[in-house]
Design a protein around this ligand. Structure first.
Ligand code: FES
Length: 320
């Protein structure tokens, strides 16, 4: 169950062109539950919008004084990031859910490469800070279209400038040679967050190098971009507690079917990224299409994220 609370905007700082760091604290200054590197927070914004943003200060402590998220202005923003950049002010209260972590560092990884594209830097800032404090050997590549869009670089360089490498498209021209980067050292774990073309290139490089599953871990901006999903099929949906049954057609999500049936179910990103829409599964094989659940959680088939995941058979029964 995701924890929800109201926090107050304590500080807003410009970190790069169109990138803000927003620091949130409890109104009474009480400590907040600690979050591990890779965790994100859901911000409930005006107009019913809920958006997920990674924490740059999730360092794995039992508690922390503040949550700080990095937020880039999305040119296609439907009010989420644009509202934050144009309207959010210090002192305002915001409802938040989480933190929740779908992009955790593997504790056994002691030699780690971090690869960031654009605002994908935010979870990797927390990872770099954690690695530095824990004595983990780390290296970070930050990529951006222009130097003005490189965010949090001063903080990273303050940890150890020799471990921070930059790639600016308009300066270097070509994309970074990710294959060479992966082959440069015997990395135990590579953690990447950024746009789909960069992550797809990393995936191809890891496959070409014969890497085992799990050595490359990625957080995508949009789960729907994840490759390899089979074409969607229709199935029967049964809601056991509500005593309702319907047919979910290939073009409809389970979440949309719930809404059509008048079931008030929580959601946030609607892209399989945040975990807000998790629902308990009683019967059926789940076709998981999110980026939140881990391998063991997927294999159990006892829960699913209804915004993107579907049924892999003819019938799905949810405990709703
Ligand atoms: S609403 Fe975010 S994972 Fe479903």
């Amino acid at each position: 169950m995701t924890t929800r609370r109201e926090l107050v905007v304590h500080a807003v700082r410009a970190m790069a062109r169109d990138v803000l760091a927003v620091e949130l604290r409890a109104g009474d200054g009480a400590p907040l539950p600690g979050a591990a590197p890779g965790a994100h927070l859901d911000l409930h914004l005006p107009g019913g919008l809920v958006r997920s943003y990674s924490l740059v200060d999730a360092l794995g402590a039992p508690t922390q004084a503040a949550y700080t998220v990095g937020i880039a202005r999305d040119a296609a923003s439907r009010g989420g990031s644009a509202w934050v950049h144009d309207q959010l002010r210090v002192g305002q209260a915001l409802r938040v859910a989480g933190p929740r972590n779908a992009f955790a560092l593997e504790p056994a990884h002691r030699k780690v490469l971090l690869v960031a594209g654009g605002i994908g830097i935010t979870p990797l800032v927390a990872m770099a800070r954690h690695c530095h404090a824990a004595g983990i050997d780390w290296q970070l590549l930050a990529c951006a279209r222009t130097a003005s869009r490189l965010a949090f670089i001063d903080e990273l360089r303050a940890l150890d400038a020799s471990r921070v490498q930059l790639h600016v498209d308009e300066v270097q021209g070509a994309a970074p040679d990710l294959g060479a980067l992966l082959a440069a050292r015997d990395w135990q774990g590579v953690y990447a967050c950024g746009p789909a073309p960069m992550l797809d290139a990393l995936t191809r490089a890891a496959q070409a190098a014969g890497w085992p599953e799990g050595r490359l871990r990625m957080e995508r901006f949009r789960a729907a971009e994840a490759a390899g999903a089979a074409p969607a099929a229709g199935f029967e949906l049964v809601l056991r507690r509500s005593d309702k049954t319907t047919r979910v057609e290939p073009q409809e999500s389970v979440l949309a079917a719930l809404e059509r049936l008048g079931v008030d179910h929580p959601w946030s990103c609607r892209e399989g990224l945040c975990g807000s829409c998790e629902a308990p599964v009683l019967e059926g094989t789940v076709d998981h299409r999110d980026t939140v659940l881990g391998p063991a959680e997927r294999a159990a088939h006892d829960r699913m994220l209804v915004c993107v995941s579907r049924c892999g058979g003819p019938r799905l029964v949810l405990d709703l």
